[in-house]
Design a protein. Structure first.
Length: 124
């Protein structure tokens, strides 16, 4: 029985020929997002602004319901954009570490999911 031919592999040209271009920039994007998650003072400030000490919950800015911290995310009002080339890094970084006025707290399951889906539909 003859072997099935495989699709040609995407060339691994980045990081000493161990990663594809897509994998390489995905790793950079992931690192920058983690850095923002733990180091951004504006992210911490917008969370603090939406925190209710009496309820120990955060208020979603779209539906105005209260949620525990694990159920909310900080959303960029103006999307960050993509990171696919070296020339995109500076723009991506500036949009990621933006002013507090471009950030809002949204509940994960409903509002943030809807906003993300609408942004993706716009791109299509």
């Amino acid at each position: 029985m003859a072997k099935k031919s495989k699709n040609p592999r995407v060339p691994r040209t980045m990081a000493e020929n161990t990663l594809t271009t897509s994998e390489f920039f995905s790793g950079i994007r992931s690192y920058l997002r983690r850095l923002w998650l733990f180091k951004s003072e504006n992210r911490k400030a917008v969370l603090k602004k939406q925190y209710s000490a009496t309820l120990k919950k955060y208020q979603c800015e779209m539906c105005n319901k209260m949620f525990y911290k694990k159920d909310v995310e900080v959303d960029h009002i103006n999307p960050i954009g993509s990171l696919k080339t070296f020339s995109d890094i500076e723009i991506f970084y500036e949009r990621l570490f933006c002013d507090i006025n471009n950030l809002r707290v949204l509940c994960k399951e409903t509002c943030h999911r809807q906003v993300t889906a609408a942004e993706r539909n716009k791109k299509s």
